[in-house]
Design a protein around this ligand. Structure first.
Ligand code: TTP
Ligand code: MG
Length: 365
């Protein structure tokens, strides 16, 4: 049987890297992206930080107050979250990633699994070349770095993606799984948090290798059968979870730059309508209906604005898509002072078409 080859692509310090992209002058400074709670000037938490800031101990989840203290002698940049902007970049990168995968599963705003078994004909050497190519495309087309883990399943790919960061590439072939895993601390396995780590330490288990050698029946006694079996399988690198599309959570989008900055609706729609055709075609290929239509406008000052409308029931009608995009742009332009530079459309809240669902149900059982 052919090798399964799975990749996990994780964008590096994603929100902060997006900020660096649009303002390269901050690149050599500590950059901290913050979620301000609005209660007082510095109340809130750190969303993420670039690797320079991380050297000073700044990381996701700590308070802005603490981050400022850690960086008090540095020329650091603190920025508020711009989620629309990050989502737009994420959508465009996910399209690149999807185009290289046999099966694709986005698992977060900056993370996706790619099953590339067919594409690389089961070869890990070819998978390594493909991973380099993907990193290159993300870099040249979107000016962002990512880290990729390649392995025989999702579990190994995920851990591999995290061992070299940022801008890393780690390939773990099936025959390397055991040595790769055995030295790692147990908390590198998904599902092994602080409490479990402590419990395992009491059992004399500190590395994944220790866990692999531990009697599975005893693990079941301590953690229950489901969890015990999971821990054992994970410790030896066994994982059969398929890479699968997450229809409902996904979205399909296209964005493009206008020939000339404008506020004219008809000029904008000349650009938007073919984008709708393109998105609709991909939607149809994937057998999906949409509930939400969104538009994006990047203005002359590079600020990003989005609007959306959600229908009661899912549809796949191109007319409804175009009409809604038109209305959203019309309304948006009325309220806007600046000219538009780039325009995008997006469908989200995706659900499988009924016929498609019956076929998959049938095949799946
Ligand atoms: P991660 O991929 O966990 O982190 P990252 O991309 O910033 O850094 P790394 O190089 O280690 O991959 O999360 C992706 C984004 O999600 C991150 O840029 C910001 C956001 N996020 C939060 O807002 N809060 C959090 O606690 C975490 C972990 C992430
Ligand atoms: Mg990341």
């Amino acid at each position: 049987m052919q090798n399964r080859v799975v990749m996990l692509v994780d964008l590096d310090y994603f929100f902060a890297q997006c900020e660096e992209r649009r303002n390269p002058s901050i690149k050599d400074k500590p950059v901290v992206v913050c979620v301000y709670s609005g209660r007082s000037e510095d109340s809130g938490a750190v969303s993420t930080a670039n690797y320079i800031a991380r050297k000073y101990g700044v990381k996701s989840g700590i308070s802005i107050f603490l981050a400022k203290r850690k960086l008090k002698d540095q020329d650091a940049v603190f920025l508020p979250l711009n989620r629309d902007f990050y989502e737009q970049i994420s959508d465009e990168i996910m399209e690149i990633l999807r185009s290289h995968a046999d099966l694709f599963e986005q698992v977060g705003i900056d993370e996706a699994y790619l099953d590339v078994s067919q594409k690389v004909k089961g070869s890990f050497e070819e998978a390594e070349e493909l991973a380099k190519k993907i990193k290159g495309e993300v870099k040249t087309e979107q000016e962002l770095t990512c880290s990729i883990g390649v392995g025989p399943n999702k579990l190994i790919a995920k851990i591999a993606s995290s061992v070299q960061k940022p801008d890393g590439l780690t390939v773990v072939k099936p025959e390397q799984v055991e040595s790769f895993l055995s030295q790692l601390p147990v908390n590198r396995l998904i599902g092994v948090g602080r409490k479990t780590t402590e419990k395992m330490r009491d059992l004399g288990i500190s590395t994944v290798g220790d866990l692999a050698k531990y009697d599975v029946r005893k693990l079941n006694e301590v953690f229950g059968e489901n969890l015990g079996t999971y821990f054992h399988n994970a410790s030896v690198g066994t994982d059969d979870e398929p890479v699968q599309e997450r229809g409902e959570a996904g979205s399909i989008s296209r964005i493009s730059t206008l020939k000339k900055d404008t506020k004219d609706l008809e000029t904008i729609l000349e650009k938007v309508n073919p984008l709708c055709d393109d998105v609709h075609e991909r939607l149809t290929q994937r057998g999906l209906n949409f509930k939400t239509v969104g538009i994006v406008a990047v203005m002359t000052d590079l600020s990003i604005h989005s609007r959306s409308r959600t229908f009661e029931t899912p549809t796949n009608k191109l007319d409804a898509f175009k009409e809604t995009a038109r209305e959203l742009f019309e309304k948006f332009l009325e309220d806007s002072e600046l000219e538009v530079r780039r325009v995008g459309v997006k469908v989200s809240n995706l659900v499988e078409q009924e016929t498609q669902r019956q076929i998959t149900d049938f095949v799946g059982t």
